[in-house]
Structure formats: structure tokens, C-alpha cells
Ligand binder design. Structure first.
Ligand code: HEM
Length: 102
């Protein structure tokens, strides 16, 4: 069964566009990771102001190998303009096993 890892990003009011720009320029390194299945950046519409970074993997081992590997570092090495505030001020990891899927 697939494994879903969701990074929940706290984004200050008004910083959403900056966050989305950073993701638009993301490295795409995750796509080539063994066991990678799916990625989505989810913008909040109702019920929360958090952005979700949704990733789905063949197994938890594939996720952990990516998280602890060079591709994760590359994907998170996005340069910020000097003095710019980070687009996200906090993050929480949620993890799920896929029980059903269509
Ligand atoms: C330590 C807390 C984290 C923060 C603040 C964070 C924030 C970000 C940001 C701003 C980007 C856009 C690229 C950049 O500007 O560097 C990014 C890329 C990404 N993040 Fe995170 N992230 C964190 C940890 C994680 C974790 C644990 C996951 C696992 C679900 C994850 C999944 C991703 C993915 C898949 C990308 C795209 C990378 C690629 O294209 O290769 N992030 N993250």
C-alpha cells in the first residue's frame, strides 16, 4: 500500500504568492526519487490557512530514503533574495497509509 507524507506549511498572511513562486521554481528532484508516485502543492481555500505539500510514495522506506538523501537537500536549497523572509514560518509532517484508492 502506498504511503502519503504531507508537509503542512504555516504561511504568514500575504506570503502565499511568494511561497507559490518558490514552488513554481522548485527543483523537481523529487520526481526522480525511487518509489515516488505523486506530488501536489495545495493552496488553502476554506477551514485552514495552511498550505499542504502532498507526496505519495510506494512505501515508507522510499519516503525516508528521499527525505534523508541528496534529492531532498537539492529540492530545499532554493535561494532566497538577501534579507528576504522565509515564505513558510513553520511545518508539521503528517503521514498516512493509503487504505483505499480509485
Ligand atoms: C523543514 C520543514 C520544511 C519546510 C519549511 C519546507 C518548505 C519548502 C519550500 C519553501 C519548498 C520550495 C523550494 C524551496 O524554496 O526551497 C519546498 C519544496 C518541497 N518540499 Fe518542503 N519543506 C520542508 C520539509 C519538507 C518535508 C518533510 C516534505 C515531505 C513531504 C517536503 C516536501 C517537499 C517537496 C516534494 C518539495 C519539492 C521538491 C522538488 O521539486 O524536488 N518538504 N519545501
Amino acid at each position: 500500500m502506498s504511503y502519503v507524507a504531507i508537509n503542512v506549511l504555516t504561511v504568514p498572511e500575504g506570503a502565499g504568492a511568494t511561497l507559490e513562486e518558490r514552488f513554481a521554481a522548485r527543483k523537481g528532484a523529487v520526481e526522480s526519487a525511487p518509489g515516488f508516485e505523486h506530488f501536489e502543492l495545495l493552496r488553502p481555500v476554506e477551514g485552514t490557512a495552511d498550505y499542504l505539500v502532498y507526496t505519495r510514495w510506494r512505501s515508507v522506506e522510499d519516503f525516508v530514503a528521499w527525505r534523508d538523501g541528496q534529492r531532498f537537500a537539492d529540492g530545499h536549497a532554493g535561494a532566497r533574495p538577501e534579507g528576504a523572509r522565509p515564505a513558510a514560518t513553520g511545518s508539521t509532517l503528517w503521514a498516512f497509509e493509503v487504505v483505499q484508492s480509485t
